[in-house]
Design a protein around this ligand. Structure first.
Ligand SMILES: *[C@@H]1O[C@H](CO)[C@@H](O)[C@H](O)[C@H]1NC(C)=O
Ligand SMILES: *[C@@H]1O[C@H](CO)[C@@H](O)[C@H](O)[C@H]1NC(C)=O
Ligand SMILES: *[C@@H]1O[C@H](CO)[C@@H](O)[C@H](O)[C@H]1NC(C)=O
Ligand SMILES: *[C@@H]1O[C@H](CO)[C@@H](O)[C@H](O)[C@H]1NC(C)=O
Ligand SMILES: *[C@@H]1O[C@H](CO)[C@@H](O)[C@H](O)[C@H]1NC(C)=O
Length: 462
């Protein structure tokens, strides 16, 4: 028997227990098409587990029941939205809290979730400034890390298989730790210790939605809690160091410290950022390179842009703005990989979508993975085609979904920059090639990754 999903539990924590029993008898889901609970206690959780992931469950559910569907997380009604059209009716562009971050916060059981609008706005701005300024201050460092990776790849014989996911994770963790937490992480041993703790924490919360098994295994739970505590005390130490002193290197945490947030808020925001941006950056780079290896034409066009914009000079923050096709490649990577397939909001006051009433306190899922492969919005949705982002209306839709523009989360903004620098360094000197016969299967968790290691080979450009 399954328990509640961790996800459901943590969302419930914020609410009074009574809500649990709000809809025990009326299982008609307010007339919204969908499925009834398969089990009294677990609702449709067994169905989700059988589907392999929440994303795959939602694909199936939307296929059968349309753009607005309902199901049950335990005894809780959940509504999922699966087209741009219905999402438009629900997304409030003025919203200051990011659904992906909100989800992570609740998974980590952080309690300062109840901030008011102006407080949330301030925190959002501080995170954005933290990203912008730390990237500016550490651009040379980022370039150096990318070049180190290039040198390593250049040193390999042509047929050597490179474990892409592993290299990208290493690169992302190095970049993130130094930019978020500073020069302590020039020491590779520190990076490795961080990465080990990080991977323990992420392997639990990254699954996010399913199975509640963490709560049943005391060993796993203890490991998870220890690792989280280690990460927290590492951050606390750095926050303390940065207070009241000026350093020549600007790091992400400085923005939060200078913004007069209290210690708990600084800890939470820097924890969320460092946890999530390692993964988002690593997966964005991994998928981008995977897709480039399978599309010679796109890689050629990207090379030509890099060559034309950079000439013989190095990549600079100003030049990055001009790498427009590169940005399209990254957007198309996020779309094709369905990088973050689901996000969620809690319905605060009763709302309406199409003809359906969404009751107060319903958990509303944005089935982004479903939307990103909807042929009504993206012609030939399974094709990796960066040129589709030439179209202004496509760019607008992408931005509405929170994957670019004003609504993009700081982690993704950071990842776009890091990936752009890395691609410009790699593609300039190397052809990125697939390993023949390799079929990459996808694992849909909070962030989408490959089920097994993705291998690539490289050859030098002449
Ligand atoms: C967003 O803010 C603008 C200006 O403050 C306001 O006119 C608009 O109604 C708001 N939109 C929503 C959906 O709340
Ligand atoms: C929001 O919360 C902060 C801190 O708790 C408080 O100082 C501020 O006055 C509040 N703002 C509004 C508009 O309620
Ligand atoms: C502020 O953000 C938190 C999560 O980050 C969210 O739970 C809360 O609802 C937000 N407050 C408002 C008024 O949007
Ligand atoms: C987690 O970090 C601490 C402090 O840096 C370190 O001592 C510990 O070995 C790390 N945990 C793992 C599993 O590496
Ligand atoms: C740090 O620098 C800022 C501006 O550059 C300055 O206003 C502040 O007084 C400095 N603080 C310390 C402790 O030196």
């Amino acid at each position: 028997m399954l328990d509640f999903a961790i996800f459901a539990i943590t969302f419930l924590l914020a609410l009074v227990a009574a809500v649990l029993y709000l809809y025990p008898a009326s299982r008609q889901a307010a007339g919204i098409p969908g499925i009834t609970p398969t089990e009294e206690k677990d609702g449709n959780l067994p169905d989700i587990v059988n589907s392999g992931s929440l994303h795959e469950f939602l694909v199936n559910l939307h296929e059968r029941h349309g753009p607005v569907v309902s199901f049950w997380f335990g005894r809780r009604l959940v509504v999922s939205l699966g087209t741009v059209d219905v999402l438009k009716q629900h997304i409030n562009p003025n919203q200051t809290s990011d659904p992906f971050e909100t989800m992570l916060k609740s998974l980590l059981r952080y309690q300062s979730v109840g901030g008011n609008v102006s407080e949330n706005f301030t925190r959002k701005k501080l995170c954005e400034n933290g990203v912008t300024n730390s990237l500016k201050s550490n651009f040379a460092l980022l370039l150096k890390l990318s070049e180190e990776l290039l040198d390593k790849w250049l040193s390999y014989p042509e047929s050597q298989h490179i474990p892409l996911g592993q290299h990208m994770l290493g690169f992302a963790v190095k970049s993130v730790t130094q930019m978020v937490m500073g020069s302590t992480f020039e020491d590779d041993q520190e990076v490795i210790r961080f990465q080990k703790n990080h991977s323990i924490v992420w392997s639990e919360i990254g699954k996010g939605f399913l199975d509640g098994s963490l709560d049943k295994s005391t060993t796993r739970k203890k490991q998870y809690e220890d690792a989280l505590m280690q990460l927290e005390s590492m951050l606390k130490k750095i926050i303390k160091e940065r207070k009241g002193r000026n350093f020549s290197q600007y790091i992400f945490i400085d923005s939060l410290v200078q913004g007069n947030l209290n210690d708990q808020q600084i800890l939470e925001d820097s924890m969320i950022f460092s946890l999530a941006s390692c993964i988002i950056t690593a997966k964005l780079c991994t998928w981008a390179i995977c897709f480039l290896t399978t599309s010679e034409e796109v890689q050629k066009k990207l090379y030509e842009e890099i060559d034309q914009v950079l000439g013989k000079g190095p990549v600079t923050p100003e030049k990055i703005e001009q790498l427009r096709y590169c940005r399209q490649v990254l957007c198309e990577t996020v779309r094709t990989a369905k990088l973050t397939p689901v996000s969620a909001r809690l319905q605060v006051i009763e709302g309406k979508i199409d003809k359906f009433i969404i009751p107060r306190e319903t958990l509303v899922l944005y089935a982004l993975g479903v939307v990103l492969q909807d042929p009504g919005t993206w012609p030939s949705p399974y094709k990796f085609d960066p040129d589709r982002f030439d179209d202004e209306s496509i760019r607008k839709t992408f931005s509405l979904l929170g994957f670019s523009g004003a609504q993009e989360c700081p982690e993704l903004r950071f990842a776009y920059m890091v990936a752009t620098v890395l691609l410009s360094v790699l593609v300039r000197r190397l052809h990125l090639l697939p390993v023949e016969g390799q079929a990459i299967e996808t694992k849909y968790e909070l962030v989408t990754s490959a089920k097994e290691e993705a291998w690539v080979t490289v050859s030098k450009r002449h």
